[in-house]
Design a protein around this ligand. Structure first.
Ligand code: BGC
Length: 935
């Protein structure tokens, strides 16, 4: 019996973090192929004392529901193998919860390593075997656990220039020799090197993270990373090395750079200090003794290495003739190096990085190369990508190859660098002249499709460069394909854009002198993205950055971390703080952020109310419906009053919407007093809003834009009896005034597709989604886009603010793809996909949609097809969940599952009929529904 049930109920176990992450499964089975990331499988160095554990049951049995579980946590794998939960034995807990189970064992120790497994009982009383073993380790929980000192040199070093517009600061090399006389049992390294760092032991780089650690709100906080270096330290002589780059810690633009546009725009980024590091390596020997090697003034420092400068906007210069061969190996002669100094701490608080590191995730081969002018070659990568290139070259010592990067070419086939603004985007490599040399930068990245190469000896062939695609190593969690080629291409472009802008924060763009975490861009987009990537750890981390950037008064900046200091105290951008916490709750079942950040969110709501609200109306708005499609193809911001939405509508509607989310958060925090106050406030705002902005005769909000009407409908501001009439106006504006095209900017587009669809006009949404002419996502595709543009008219607009790789205009498009076209959506009241709503939307000429999404409970699949008047729908509902499914059919009699009537099928329960669909509830398992739709 036991072996039978073992097969029946395979279990994947995983760990989630208390603060910074939601679901981070640790077993290989749970992670799709090549994106497996050690960090996710067995997280090292978490700094939470009550982590949350999650697992996925791989049972395929129809209706499988967990009835009970038992977790064992041990201090060693041997103990766990003997089923000894010396750290925690939960006992058999009767519960169907399988995500976010809070650890409740012995206090976890700083630096401790833990092993765990879980077994389940199902709803028919069967007991599974134990899951495979998962593990986690704890970082340094207390400040006093840090023996290391911040070291480096707070002064600029020879060759540096921080007093210029284009700062130039070389990489720092730190090293220390050390003899290990005994046999190592275990060794763990903790490192925070700012801005960026790489750890080396005995000549080898530890781990495959790049651009590490994650960006942070300096100097309040910095993230440290933890490495298991047990196998890297040998008995005998060893050497440690730390390589330091600048990242965003050293000001990329310390002096203001005036860029003249409408309002004399000025770029200036905060400068926090010179590169520095703190770290330690804790070694446990087989004889039970311990030793800690840590950063101090006995480490040696030089900046006279090959990385002459590294600046994220301007590029990296590497002179291979200056290589410090063997610098991180034992016995290296460092006599010329200076002693590292104690320096000002890089951050007041060190916290464990609990979001996956950035890695090289993919490689791209160029599709073409041509010689634009003698010695000047242009490579076409065929894809607008983010990262850098690996250069392969053979030539004379001292020869310099320079590469510049751009997203587009000018008509004369030169790089078009105007949209890059002041960023110099130049990587340069000076050859050492020994055989074939291969090089790639370490501390910079670019957004580009085209690479200009100068100084290459001879004519480079296509394989002279390889594109290295770099982004956060988030687990992939979605597939989507339809019968419509335009939709498929847009989806592909969206995916490239989304991942390219994951750089331990969600950035606005990857290429020009900006690359910031603009809050407004991701409010709704983050939900769409969650269908493609497990972005929970990233967004939970970003909420902490946002929280760190909040001022004492309660103000939240528009950009976080606040490298650009912008506290305009508008509503629509900082709103992302609350909207994203809600996304994490609904999509991942993660309550932690709404608990952790509740007080800060509340503080911001109060702050804004006091500062901006009069008689329940907020007049102030900073950005408007940012980037509506202009009538004049050459301009950035439309001046057409018909396209502009009243800022007071946007601010007030948003604040109303946020009150609703805050009411929910208050309830989830058991704070009924606040919940009541938010509900009251909402009611008052609604009254004032409609009195002020709703024109009852015209059934329109202010000037009747798709945004003002759409927002009012989506947020539930419109009085019930007027909803249809307002919606008709929204459709009319779209169809009549804008000829069936999108007319919204960043704000309106976040609610556009869902409002149109949910209120009965999916055909209009479909038209917007598939248009090939201006404006629309299909227009971008038609004009060669391989990502998503910042502007609807990106191919013709002024280059001043015109990035080819922004994701803000996706709005709710990706949500619509998954939730409406494919029909995969969490039930907001039973979040995290514990209950799934599957309601696909067959529309217009769409004949099939195939999608899948990896929810916290496992893969959900929805694949429908219309053929010969019948609708066939293959679905998979993961173990331990249920789904409410909506089959498009006139009557229950028309619906089959497998070869029999659906209502009689195993695991299928008929609930009724609703809006042209027959509704069922199903448990876990795979089903094949079919229905006659045309008779
Ligand atoms: C950024 C946007 C941002 C906007 C707000 C732009 O420069 O790229 O994504 O939301 O500014 O002002």
């Amino acid at each position: 019996m036991l072996s039978k049930t073992l097969k029946l109920l395979g279990v994947c176990a995983g760990i989630v973090y208390l603060l910074a992450g939601c679901r981070q499964y640790t077993t290989p089975q749970a992670v799709p192929e090549n994106l497996t990331c050690e960090y996710l499988k067995d997280p090292l160095g978490i700094d939470v004392i009550k982590p949350r554990l999650s697992w996925i049951s791989s049972s395929q049995t129809r209706g499988f529901m967990q009835h009970a579980y038992r977790i064992l946590v041990s201090s060693s794998i041997n103990k766990l193998n003997k089923d000894a939960g010396d750290i925690w034995d939960s006992g058999k807990i009767e519960s169907d919860s399988s995500i976010n189970i809070r650890y409740n064992g012995m206090p976890l120790q700083s630096g401790g390593r833990y092993f765990w497994k879980v077994k389940l009982w199902n709803n028919t009383g069967e007991e599974s075997g134990w899951s495979s073993v998962a593990t986690w380790s704890v970082g340094l929980l207390d400040t006093s656990d840090w023996k290391g000192k911040w070291i480096g040199n707070d002064e600029p070093m020879p060759g540096d220039n921080v007093n210029a517009v284009y700062t130039r600061v070389s990489a720092r090399y730190l090293r220390k020799d050390f003899a290990s006389l005994k046999k190592v049992k275990a060794a763990t390294a903790y490192l925070c090197g700012l801005g960026l760092s790489e750890l080396y032991i005995n000549g080898k780089k530890i781990g495959d993270a790049v651009l590490s650690p994650a960006l942070a709100e300096y100097p309040k906080r910095a993230w440290y990373t933890t490495y298991d270096v047990t196998n890297d330290i040998k008995q005998g002589r060893n050497a440690f090395g730390i390589l330091l780059g600048n990242g965003r810690f050293v000001g990329v633009r310390v002096k203001p750079v005036p860029v003249y546009y409408d309002n004399n725009f000025i770029t200036k980024l905060t400068h926090y200090g010179m590169p520095k590091a703190i770290g330690q390596i804790a070694i446990e020997y087989t004889d039970g003794t311990h030793q800690t090697i840590y950063t101090d003034t006995d480490w040696k420092l030089t900046n006279q290495g090959p990385i002459i400068t590294n600046n994220e906007f301007d590029g990296e210069e590497y002179d291979a003739t200056k290589e410090l061969t063997g610098w991180s190996e034992a016995g290296y002669n460092d006599k010329e190096w200076q002693n590292a100094r104690h320096v000002k701490p890089g951050a007041l608080q060190l916290s464990a990085q609990m979001t996956p590191p950035i890695k090289v995730m993919n490689k791209v081969k160029p599709i073409a190369v041509f010689e634009r002018a003698p010695g000047v070659f242009i490579f076409d990568m065929g894809q607008n990508m983010v990262g850098w290139v690996n250069l392969k070259v053979q030539g004379k010592r001292g020869q310099k190859v320079a590469m510049r990067f751009a997203e587009v070419l000018k008509p004369d086939s030169n790089l078009n660098l105007a949209p890059i603004r002041t960023a110099k985007v130049t990587d340069a490599y000076t050859l050492k002249g020994i055989g074939i040399e291969s090089w790639q930068p370490r501390f910079v990245y670019h957004g580009f499709r085209y690479v200009e190469v100068r100084g290459y000896p001879g004519k480079p062939s296509l394989d002279a460069i390889t594109g290295m695609v770099v982004h956060d190593a988030l687990e992939e969690g979605g597939t989507f394909v339809t019968s419509n080629a335009v939709i498929n291409k847009i989806f592909n472009n969206a995916k490239w854009g989304i991942k390219g802008n994951y750089r331990s924060i969600p950035t606005d763009c990857p290429q020009r002198d900006e690359r910031q975490g603009w809050l407004g861009d991701r409010a709704t987009g983050s939900r769409g993205e969650s269908y493609l990537f497990n972005n929970a750890p990233l967004y939970a981390k970003w909420l902490r950055d946002i929280n760190d950037a909040q001022t004492d008064s309660g103000s939240i900046p528009d950009v976080a971390p606040s490298y650009w200091q912008l506290n305009t105290d508008n509503i629509t951008w900082p709103a992302a703080y609350i909207i994203i916490a809600n996304m994490l709750y609904e999509q991942f079942g993660n309550r932690e952020p709404l608990i952790q950040h509740y007080a800060s969110m509340n503080k911001w709501m109060d702050f804004i109310r006091n500062k901006r609200m009069t008689n329940y109306i907020i007049e102030f708005d900073q950005y408007g419906d940012w980037c509506v499609p202009p009538d004049d193809p050459s301009i950035i911001m439309s001046k057409d009053p018909k396209r502009k939405s009243d800022g007071a509508v946007l601010s007030t509607a948003y604040y109303y919407h946020l009150c609703g989310i805050m009411e929910r958060f208050a309830r989830l925090n058991n704070n009924m007093k606040d919940a009541g106050e938010y509900a009251n406030l909402q009611a008052n705002i609604k009254k004032a809003y409609n009195a002020r902005f709703f024109d009852i005769k015209r059934n329109a909000y202010t000037n009747n834009t798709a945004t003002t009407n759409g927002l009012s409908l989506f947020f539930g501001l419109t009085p019930g009896k007027s909803r249809q009439a307002v919606f008709n106006n929204m459709v009319n504006t779209t169809m009549r005034d804008f000829n069936g095209h999108v007319s919204t900017g960043l704000i309106g587009v976040q609610f556009l597709m869902r409002t149109l669809t949910h209120m009965g006009r999916p055909d209009v949404a479909y038209k917007l989604a598939t248009n090939k002419d201006y404006p629309g996502w299909g227009y971008m595709v038609e004009n060669g886009a391989t990502t998503i543009w910042e502007l609807w008219n990106g191919n013709t607009a002024d280059p001043f603010m015109n990035s080819g790789n922004h994701v803000m205009l996706l709005g709710d498009l990706v949500i619509w793809y998954f939730e409406d076209l494919a029909g995969i959506k969490p039930d907001a009241n039973t979040p995290g996909f514990k209950k799934i709503i599957m309601k696909p939307t067959p529309v217009a000429d769409l004949t099939f949609v195939k999608a899948s999404h990896k929810s916290p409970y496992g893969w959900i699949r929805s694949e429908w097809e219309i053929k010969n008047g019948s609708f066939t729908w293959n679905i998979t509902v993961p173990a331990n969940t249920t789904a409410k499914i909506y089959v498009p059919a006139k009557s229950e009699e028309d619906v089959y599952e497998g070869s029999g009537r659906a209502s009689k099928a195993d695991g299928v329960k008929l609930l009724g009929a609703e809006g042209g669909r027959v509704v069922y509830e199903v448990g876990a398992g795979s089903y094949k529904f079919s229905a006659v739709i045309k008779k």
